[in-house]
Design a protein around this ligand. Structure first.
Ligand code: CA
Length: 246
């Protein structure tokens, strides 16, 4: 393994919706970040100003103090923190305001966790911090089951060493299944994770995507990779390999 950073990159989440905060926190922790979660706006500002963080994931609508007010206070105090704002679904004015008020990036809810992770990696690179793939945290970034390999940061999939092009949704679906190989992933949980918060996408949409992903994997040399467990959900089948196995 290459060098480890002296300390973990540290991220503060200021978000009052526990479900969203929990998803983000789990993903970031899994990717090797130190994560602190605060649900109240005023606590968020205080915690952010207390130092020790590299980046803040900042919700706009918060109890205590609104996200943009927190952002303005942070910048007024000369804080160099990277700030990624989570805007509301159709808050076009939020975006404009967020960027002009000194946010480094924004993401509109609902969003894919994978996209949030990619944005955060890009921001960390911007300030010269090593991204995961350079900092020795390979195992969290790369997933490998059977002859299917996947790099979550580069968003690349290979089957038997050959690159496979997938759509964003197909990729996210594959990541979700490969994170816990050989275990059944319940349909409702997959839909919840991929079709984002509060989405009403029907069950059949999942079947459509699984069908497409299956066809692509089969064409690439991994037929039968995704198994249907009738009435429950799906799972990927294969031996889990770690780095260096061949
Ligand atoms: Ca909120």
């Amino acid at each position: 393994m290459p060098h480890k950073p002296l300390r973990k990159d540290s991220i503060l989440i200021v978000e009052d919706e526990a479900r969203i905060a929990s998803s983000i926190s789990t993903a970031l922790t899994g990717a090797g970040y130190d994560v602190t979660w605060v649900s109240d706006g005023r606590d968020g500002l205080r915690t952010a100003l207390s130092g020790g963080f590299d980046l803040v994931v900042l919700d706009v609508m918060l109890p205590g103090m609104k996200g943009f007010d927190i952002l303005r206070e942070l910048r007024a105090a000369g804080s160099p923190l990277l700030v990624l704002v989570l805007t509301s679904r159709d808050g076009v004015e939020d975006r404009v305001r967020g960027l002009t008020d000194g946010a480094d990036d924004y993401l509109t809810k609902p969003f894919y966790l994978e996209e949030l992770m990619a944005r955060i990696d890009a921001l960390m690179r911007r300030i010269g911090r090593p991204a995961h793939e350079e900092s020795g945290k390979l195992n969290e970034v790369k997933l490998r089951v059977g002859n299917v390999s996947l790099n979550r940061v580069r968003r690349e999939v290979t089957v038997g060493g050959n690159k496979l092009e997938l759509t964003t949704r197909e990729f996210d679906l594959l990541v979700y299944l490969m994170r816990v190989p050989n275990a059944v992933r319940p349909r409702a949980k997959i839909i919840n994770a991929l079709w984002s918060y509060g989405s009403q996408s029907g069950d059949h949409v999942l079947d459509v995507y699984v069908g497409r992903l299956r066809n692509r994997l089969a064409d690439a040399g991994a037929p039968g990779f995704i198994e249907t467990v009738r009435g429950v959900g799906y799972r990927v089948i294969g031996t889990v390999l770690t780095e260096g196995d061949e």
